[in-house]
Unconditional design. Sequence first.
Length: 100
Amino acid sequence: MTPKNGGKIELRLGPATADSAEYDAHLQTADASYHALVRVGASAGSGQVEFGVWTTQAQGEPPEWLMADARAALKAALRTSRAEGRWPRRITRWRPEPVD
């Protein structure tokens, strides 16, 4: 379902090990939809979260505020995996667009 305002974050777990995982990221605004693979954990390097190349019918990348929220959700998934020994299979969030 396309959001009428704000943005939707949907992350689905792909291949995973104890210290790394790959998520299929789908970020969506009222105007565009974006997809990328994301590496989380040791395989992502020092930043812990590494987005792949975004594909979209629009041009460019998702809005930075939406990517920041997705990054925060993925870092929380990393903390969960370390504490509980499992990766969340699916993460879905809706976020309002920031007001300047």
